[in-house]
Design a protein around this ligand. Structure first.
Ligand SMILES: C[S@@+](CC[C@H](N)C(=O)[O-])C[C@H]1O[C@@H](n2cnc3c(N)ncnc32)[C@H](O)[C@@H]1O
Length: 318
């Protein structure tokens, strides 16, 4: 493949993030203190800071990883922003999916190049960018968003990241449970308050073997979506998980976890679509008694759940 040349027309940075810097590219300039400024390259313009200026024309045509000295003598290291950088810095309407969770969604929902994927809600479009990267230009990502103001933000962010409309992306304004139009869908990703309200529509849209993946913020939502998936009848046993990321400080002999971390983002629940007419196989592990207490007879106070006997060193079953 030939390298794009600096004088080629405006680029699609999210789609071809390589080669020398070109007009239209976003560039992250990092100063010696690690502060980052993101600019969009335009011939003839200057990047100004209180440490002097850097002409965009000096950056255009240079390889990534070049250092530019401002007129005030400060060095700036220039790279194209990664999608993870872009997602955390882009304008937000709704809260975005963090890169650690986006990566896990792509993995656990097994999103592959060429897949037909439905997503709701689009929110700020962060997850849409990761999913578009995963399905590629020959796949389909159909995103639904019920708030027009958030849909506008999502569209602006996706188009900014990919340098224009992405050929695989469709954005529909509306609630997924009413508006979902696609059939023969491989994957459905739900990032919304009440994913259980969409399960009928999702079951209709998914191919047998397809995956529904819900990203939810609280344990009560996780419980509801898992129980409703089990009760639905069209899905195999759901799988629930949480992903924790701990970054590390590594400097000489000082090698330790960073003092600060993002303590909680959300939970993932995935389940596969059964073939039509198939009854989900019975679960072989009997649930713990306390998990599903008997409803009390009218007028009789409910028994408090008894804790299973603890075995030292082994967590009690739940
Ligand atoms: C947390 S945000 C999604 C953030 C998005 N994944 C991102 O990374 O930028 C949840 C969004 O779902 C939308 N929403 C909630 N229920 C919906 C539904 N039933 N159909 C479509 N959109 C829905 C909300 O308006 C909101 O914008």
């Amino acid at each position: 493949m030939s390298e794009p040349q600096p004088n080629e027309p405006p680029t699609t940075p999210g789609r071809t993030p390589h080669g020398p810097f070109r007009p239209g590219d976003q560039v992250q300039l990092t100063d010696p203190k690690g502060r980052i400024n993101t600019i969009t390259l335009q011939p003839g313009k200057l990047y100004h800071s209180h440490k002097g200026s850097v002409p965009h024309d000096d950056i255009i045509g240079s390889p990534e990883g070049t250092v530019f000295r401002s007129t005030g003598g400060t060095d700036y290291l220039a790279f194209r922003p990664l999608l993870a950088d872009f997602a955390l810095r882009m304008p937000r309407g709704a809260a975005v999916v963090y890169p650690k969770d986006a990566a896990q969604i792509v993995a656990m929902a097994d999103v592959f190049p060429g897949a037909r994927v439905v997503e709701a809600g689009a929110g700020s479009g962060a997850l849409s960018c990761f999913l578009l990267r995963a399905v590629g230009e020959h796949g389909l990502l159909s995103s639904y968003e019920r708030r027009p103001d958030f849909a506008d933000i999502a569209r602006a962010n996706v188009e900014k990241f990919f340098g224009g409309p992405h050929p695989a992306w469709r954005l529909t304004l509306g609630s997924l449970e009413h508006a979902l139009a696609e059939t023969d869908v491989d994957r459905v990703i739900l990032d919304m308050l009440a994913p259980w309200e969409c399960l009928d529509a999702v079951a209709k849209a998914l191919v047998p073997g397809g995956i529904v993946c819900a990203y939810i913020a609280t344990t009560t939502q996780m419980s509801r979506v898992v129980e409703d998936l089990r009760a639905h009848g069209n899905f195999a046993e759901p799988h629930a998980s949480e992903t924790m990321l701990r970054t590390w400080h590594v400097d000489g002999l000082a090698v330790r976890p960073d003092h600060r971390m993002v303590g909680h983002t959300g939970f993932l629940v995935t389940a596969r679509r059964l073939a039509d007419g198939v009854t989900p196989p019975a679960r072989r592990r009997r649930p713990a008694k306390a998990a599903h207490p008997e409803p009390a007879a009218p007028g009789v106070p409910a028994e408090p759940p008894t804790a299973p006997p603890a075995t030292p060193g082994r967590p009690a079953e739940s």
